[in-house]
Ligand binder design. Sequence first.
Ligand SMILES: Nc1nc2c(c(=O)[nH]1)N[C@H]1C(S)=C(S)[C@@H](COP(=O)(O)O)O[C@H]1N2
Ligand SMILES: [Mo]
Length: 406
Amino acid sequence: MPDRALPGRRRALGLIGLGGAGLAAGAGAPVFGQTVDLGFAGGTRQLSGDWPQKGAMIVLRERAPLLETPMSAMDGEVFTPNDRFFVRWHYDDIPLSVDPAAFRLRVGGAVRRPLALSLDALRRLPRVEIAAVNQCSGNSRGLFTPRVPGAQWGDGAIGNALWTGVRLRDVLDLAGIAPGAVEVRVAGLDRPPPGAPWFEKSLAIDHARDGEVMIAWAMNGAALPLLNGFPLRLVVPGWYSTYWIKALDRIEVLTAPDAGYWMAKAYRIPATPGADVARGSKDFATVPIGRMVPRAFFTGPAGDTKVVAGDPFYVRGLAMGGAHGVARVDLSMDAGASWHAATLGPDRGRYGFRLWEATLPALRPGGYRLWARAVNTAGEVQGMKPIWNPGGYMRNPAPSIAVRAA
Ligand SMILES: Nc1nc2c(c(=O)[nH]1)N[C@H]1C(S)=C(S)[C@@H](COP(=O)(O)O)O[C@H]1N2
Ligand SMILES: [Mo]
């Protein structure tokens, strides 16, 4: 971390008026000298506590911010604390202050009544709450082999929250969808550099109206942190977070498919099962990234560990089902030849995290490898073999940790 850059950043982001949201001047002390090893070449990163409303985060990039959650911050937590929730922006020009009284959410395009909704007007609609995992399409990209360009995340570009807000459907119904609508485009307050396209994403009209896609103003019972999209963000349960537009201020109903850069060119995956193609290939049909896939994570321990030979050992982690609930988390000590079910924690919502734990039998002295996999309620099983695609999207091989018993 260039420590000279930190005071400036603290000033720039730390003095933001949030109209009562109470932004502390800096979230905590910089954690100088503390590094985290994300498990790939170049993956040794500095922890910093110098971001507003954030505790210690792994810094991938300062401008535009890419802040990763250390796995230790998710250990034993179904809901990822807001001050440790990962941050990802594409463009440098992000909103540094938003006046909630002046803020309006505009709804336009193919609608009967274009709207400019205040936050108070939104709050008069029926309130909904949903637990959902927000995961970057490129989470774990740093672990791709061969390596691919893009943000070199470890496993921590992910978090689960209980989101509070209103249904996108209710907002669309208030405006009245006009005939011929096919997609709904969303965009936020961050601005592209000159000549670059706005960061806009679109959902099919039926998806936008499914009653699950929501506009949230709170996560885990508190206002969204500025870096996570204050005052409003889209929440698209079960889908990768590229669609979860932050600082959402524009909704536009389209009568033709969105041909913009961020739909037509970026965030596209191979149209193959599991988004998997031969290493190095470039020539394949693509589709926009969409639903997430099941994943399990070790959090305690989060990586290779030593245990006392002859003692049972306790291991735990998190799992997500992707676009469905978690049915099971399995553990294997023979590279997937046989699997044993771990104990799941309570179900706090099908799109959210589920805690899992297991106490494993005593080991003789020696070296072992322990694997975990998640299985969702649709029967999708997390596979052993890593996929590959040039965008570095949707990585989800069954994780493993080395266990040394002595
Ligand atoms: N306005 C806006 N919304 C955005 C983005 C962005 O660059 N601008 N990035 C998206 C991507 S790719 C991700 S991974 C998530 C990250 O959400 P978070 O920063 O709250 O964790 O925000 C999404 N929403
Ligand atoms: Mo992302």
